[in-house]
Ligand binder design. Structure first.
Ligand code: FMN
Length: 322
């Protein structure tokens, strides 16, 4: 998620679930081809399985970037067909590509020809005046024929004219039924549902009808929920017994990153929602927000914040998810 997630966030989330597939934020083909590649798409081996999300609409450039991503060691390449921002529209990619299924199919085919890892697409159910039932079906048919390995559907329209990117995440209503109907019409195409899934239990409920569920804001804003992913969805123990145990497991990473010149806040900002609604959660957040931003702040600041909050055992994370 652009502006929110980064490699520190992904490393931390991996301490909460081994099994969830983690996605990078969108990185444009221009940035991958001409930018500081190590900084933009570098990642820690512990993040696996991790997918690189690309933004673009030029088949050759996307193929080249997919190859670069595969060489970096990513497990999947995903194409963004959901972002509604003006900047992205000007570049003729993101959600506006819902109107150009044939071009997206060419992009998918080019990426598939370039790499051996899965190539997936994340889309909306339609844009502007499109009828979702028709637009999503035409889009899915085109990318399926091009060999896409899975389609992740953010189950709401994007209004490119008139709504801001933020409004486009909440204002157009969710329509899961159109995604269920898509799955019924494309039984062999793996389809993943996204949008408004607030708990791991709600994710599990959708797995009866669909192949996967993607959580965005809930995973970022309340990362403690991820402790329920492995037990509830994969029948495996969570990697850490509780949120506090996960923070302790993060400490060696923090020490290493601080030694490389990373600021403490760059990492701890991803922890603000970890103790959401437990006693001391506000004090934990406040301590990090005020102290971790100080120049030279060290890992002790996080240890101090941790002492201010009550832990939430992993079993509670599961109960709360249910
Ligand atoms: C701050 C922010 C940044 C986002 N950036 C991306 C992005 O880079 N790529 C993407 O596919 N979706 C992005 N999204 C959309 C989410 O991935 C997701 O589709 C949307 O929030 C709906 O799912 P949710 O209700 O589980 O959050 C972003 C959302 C937010 C809130």
């Amino acid at each position: 998620m652009m502006e929110w997630t980064d490699r520190h966030c992904r490393f931390f989330h991996r301490l909460l679930t081994r099994r969830a597939l983690i996605y990078t934020e969108m990185v444009t083909t221009g940035a991958v081809l001409h930018g500081d590649r190590a900084r933009l798409i570098g990642f820690h081996p512990a993040e696996h399985p991790v997918a690189l999300q690309l933004g673009g609409s030029e088949p050759k450039a996307l193929a080249a970037c997919a190859r670069i991503g595969a060489d970096f060691g990513y497990d999947e390449i995903n194409l963004n067909v959901g972002c509604p921002s003006d900047r992205v529209q000007e570049g003729r990619f993101g959600a506006c590509l819902m109107a150009e299924p044939a071009l997206v199919a060419d992009c998918v085919a080019a990426m598939k020809a370039a790499v051996a890892i899965p190539v997936t697409v994340k889309c909306r159910i339609g844009i502007d005046e499109q009828d979702p039932a028709l637009a999503l079906e035409a889009f899915a048919r085109a990318v399926e024929a091009a060999g896409v390995d899975a389609l992740i559907v953010h189950a709401r329209k994007a209004w490119l004219k008139g709504l801001s990117p933020r409004q486009n995440r909440d204002v157009p209503p969710l329509d899961y039924d159109v995604v269920f109907r898509l799955k019924a019409a494309h039984p062999r195409l793996p389809i993943v549902l996204n949008g408004g899934i607030a708990t791991v239990e709600a994710a599990r409920a959708q797995l009866a009808r669909l192949d996967g569920v993607m959580m965005g804001r809930a995973a970022y804003q309340e990362p403690w929920r991820l402790l329920a992913v492995d037990p509830l969805l994969f029948d495996e123990a969570a990697p850490c017994a509780s949120p506090k145990a996960a923070v302790r497991a993060l400490m060696p990473y923090i020490e290493r990153e601080l030694a490389r010149g990373v600021r403490l806040h760059s990492i701890t900002r991803h922890l603000h929602g970890l103790f959401h609604a437990v006693p001391g959660a506000r004090a934990f957040r406040r301590h990090l927000a005020t102290q971790a931003v100080q120049p030279g702040a060290c890992a002790a600041v996080l240890a101090e914040a941790l002492a201010l909050v009550v832990d939430r055992p992993a079993e509670m994370a599961q109960t709360a998810a249910a």
